[in-house]
Design a protein around this ligand. Structure first.
Ligand code: FPP
Length: 249
């Protein structure tokens, strides 16, 4: 890892449907191809010394897609976990899920719990899969936790909220990449994106490879991060809560 390498990269993996449609294939084929891009990206991140990768795999809003696409994505997650977890585990990848577990089927829940347990002690890369995740859900859920922990209004702080948020285990991303040409966050990591550098590319997610990751990292390295102040060193990763925080009891 060079000093300019982001510690934590987050990705909105967009463009799977268009990739498939342009090839006269069903949209779900694009999502399966997206798994290949994710595998390439995990390897490229570990090779480059990135220690955390967070990907948006299924949003709180994705339930409104056609029923066959939703069930196809659930099947894809369950089957991908069965197939990929042993290899990820062997390569030191820890898997963590972020999102609302309510509403997920028993099969999906079992798969994600097993993946988390199997890989819990790995330290090379933390792969956080945002699944049934929304940034607004995350903030509401964090507030609920603070209240149920008995916290009073004057005890609530940014650090307290971050500590019960879905990314407490990895902290804020330094760089957020969105593929597929749109330039918006779409309810991804609203709290944690506060000081992230944003990188948008027209590449569709199934096409994304190590050279695209390098282009994003190069752009990141050229940015001056000021965190609202002046004179902060470019890419000072210790600023503004970008480090993981301990979860509140
Ligand atoms: C957005 O593309 C992509 C998704 C909603 C799903 C992304 C999921 C994966 C890549 C699989 C990840 C798998 C695991 C196991 C974590 P889109 O359908 O919105 O594409 P479009 O904009 O071209 O329609």
């Amino acid at each position: 890892m060079t000093p300019q390498t982001p510690r934590h990269i987050a990705i909105v993996m967009d463009g799977n449907g268009r990739w498939a449609t342009r090839r006269y294939m069903p949209r779900i084929a694009g999502h399966w191809q997206g798994v290949e891009a994710l595998r390439r990206t995990v390897r490229a991140c570990t090779d480059r010394g990135v220690s955390a990768l967070t990907v948006f795999a299924f949003s709180s809003e994705n339930w409104s897609r056609p029923q066959d696409e939703v069930s196809g994505l659930m099947k894809l997650l369950a089957e991908t976990l069965t197939r990929e977890v042993p290899g990820l585990d062997k390569n030191g990848v820890r898997i963590v899920f972020a999102g609302d577990r309510g509403g997920l089927s028993e099969r999906v829940l079992q798969g994600l719990t097993r993946a988390e347990q199997t890989t819990a002690s790995n330290t090379k890369l933390t792969l956080t899969v945002a699944f049934n995740y929304g940034g607004r859900w995350d903030m509401v859920n964090a507030c609920r936790q603070l209240v149920s922990n008995g916290m009073s209004a004057d005890q609530i702080s940014e650090a307290a909220l971050a500590a019960v948020s879905a990314l407490a285990h990895v902290g804020d991303p330094d760089l957020i990449i969105r593929t597929g040409g749109e330039q918006r966050l779409s309810n991804f990591l609203l709290w944690h994106a506060a000081y992230a550098e944003l990188f948008f590319t027209d590449r569709l997610w199934p096409e994304f490879d190590a050279s695209d990751l390098d282009a994003a990292i190069t752009a990141f390295a050229g940015r001056e991060r000021r965190f609202g102040g002046v004179g902060v060193l470019a890419n000072d990763r210790t600023s503004q809560g970008s480090e993981p925080v301990a979860r509140a009891a």
